[in-house]
Write a protein that binds this ligand. Structure first.
Ligand code: NAD
Length: 459
């Protein structure tokens, strides 16, 4: 489609959504719940097609898709449906003496027309989970999934666009020119998941209309193995988290900081754990790298002289096999940027200060992990290292608890979502002081006096 025609169509779509929002159609809680249940029904109806689509895009198996995308998405809808009547209630806060007698409360208010831009690595989850939050909060929404997994983008467009009024929710597919045109419109909220580089483009576009943004970005996430950690279980947990989805996971461990006294044992267990997964050419469902450009980017990060295990790249299969690199230093290409693939650089350290200093040479990460049973180590990790979210003695699993907000800090993002935090992310909370008229004091009115000032000071 001609980009000028596309621009006109987007403008019309946004205008229609704005009119629909202003009609108050999206505000009743019953409407929101009914639409969320309808979305859930559709997802269940199309489940098999969704699994097939993601398998075609990058070889993700049904089991892994269910575990990492489908069930969490359905769960997010269930949580919203179950709690929405509670979430929309006024939230009482206490009233100070100067306003006595009065009530004070927060009133959740939908923001209006929202835009959700998704990333490709968990294409369903990253496009539709924010949509659930936006619907629960009573907004209209345009969803722009990543263009890289073509089939998943197509199936999401089919499910939504054939079953919902586009003035309410709509999927618009497109590459960079289309996304640029979409971003030129005025929204009341933009929710973006992707790289810090594109996050800046989105933030600038939003600034043009003073639009509220949530940016879910990435970074170099450290995982620390302290000398005292329960090594076998710790490594097992980290290896699964590192290589699931072939390392194409924003909160995975980017690099490992391992105490020098346990490094040899760490490496031995890590290799054993990788082998247990039987990642091989024959195993058709080892998740592929999303495209050739990313595969070549990853291939360049592998320094054959520093490969401890793996290092193989299969261009025909579009696969990078699990790779561990040792003797890595901070000047190596693998330490310059977020890896976002199945390569684990291992860096040895002697003191916790040394490990913390390395972490602090990078921007604030989206996630950080510590394996240790020492209360002192845990305390120092929590209070000295800035990060979006993380775990002690596990890796990536913070993401699976909807009671924890999910989001970054600094270069790894702003704002958070999941569960009730998604509802809050897509709402404004009006701050209201609600006062009866039966009683009125004269304190604030003209006729100031020392006596009145004394009462003020006391209050
Ligand atoms: P990306 O930034 O390249 O793309 C994300 C989205 O932005 C896509 O929909 C894409 O079409 C759009 N886009 C790309 N270039 C654009 C441009 N010039 N102008 C306007 N829109 C543009 O990111 P990606 O490759 O899809 O995902 C990888 C990155 O996302 C990694 O940095 C990863 O850490 C991060 N990520 C973060 C989270 C999170 O929840 N914090 C989740 C997944 C991925």
């Amino acid at each position: 489609m001609e980009i000028t025609t596309f621009k006109d169509e987007i403008k019309e779509l946004v205008d229609n959504q704005r009119s629909y929002f202003k009609s108050n159609a999206t505000r009743p809680v019953e409407f929101r719940i009914a639409q969320l249940l309808k979305l859930k029904e559709l997802l269940l109806e199309y489940e098999d097609e969704m699994h097939e689509a993601i398998f075609k895009d990058f070889g993700k198996s049904k089991y892994e898709n269910q575990l990492t995308e489908f069930f969490p998405l359905i769960d997010e809808i269930n949580i919203a449906v179950k709690n929405l009547k509670k979430w929309v209630k006024h939230r009482k806060v206490s009233t100070n003496l100067i306003n006595f007698p009065a009530k004070s409360y927060l009133v959740p208010e939908p923001l209006g027309v929202t835009l959700v831009i998704g990333a490709w690595n968990f294409p369903y989850n990253l496009s539709l989970t924010p949509l659930v939050g936006s619907m629960a909060a009573g907004n209209t929404t345009i969803v722009k999934p990543s263009e890289l997994p073509v089939e998943t983008s197509k199936i999401m467009a089919k499910i939504i666009n054939e079953n919902f009024d586009p003035a309410y929710i709509c999927v618009v597919e497109g590459d960079i020119p289309e996304t640029t045109a979409i971003l030129a419109q005025h929204y009341d909220k933009i929710f973006f998941t992707g790289s810090p580089k594109v996050g800046k483009i989105v933030h600038k576009a939003a600034a043009e209309h003073l639009t509220n943004v949530t940016l879910e970005l990435g970074g170099k996430n450290p995982v620390i193995f302290a000398k005292d950690c329960a090594l076998k279980t710790s490594v097992k947990r980290m290896i699964w988290a590192k290589f699931v989805n072939s390392g194409q996971l924003c909160i995975t461990a980017d690099y490992a900081l391992v105490h020098k006294d346990i490094k040899d044992e760490f490496l031995k267990i890590a290799v054993e754990e990788i082998k247990k997964h039987h990642f091989s050419k024959e195993r058709a469902n080892y998740v592929k790298i999303i495209n050739h450009a990313n595969l070549e980017r990853l291939a360049k990060l592998i320094d054959p002289d520093k490969v401890y295990y793996g290092g193989k790249v299969d261009r025909d299969m579009r696969v990078v096999y699990p790779t561990i690199m040792t003797d890595v230093n901070l000047d190596d290409p693998v330490m310059q940027d977020e890896i976002f693939g199945p390569i684990l650089p291992v860096i040895e350290y002697e003191t916790l200060e040394e490990a913390f200093d390395i972490i602090k040479t990078f921007e604030k990460p989206l996630a950080a992990y510590l394996f240790s049973d020492s209360a002192e180590n845990k305390d120092r990790f929590l209070h000295e290292i800035p990060f979006g979210g993380g775990c002690i003695n596990d890796c990536v699993m913070q993401n699976t608890n909807p009671n924890l907000p999910f989001g970054g800090v600094g270069q790894s993002g702003m704002g958070s979502y999941h569960g009730k935090y998604s509802f809050e992310c897509f709402s404004h909370f009006k701050a209201v002081l609600d006062k009866p008229t039966a009683i009125e004091t004269n304190l604030k009115y003209y006729g100031y006096s020392e006596k009145k000032m004394k009462v003020f000071k006391m209050l």
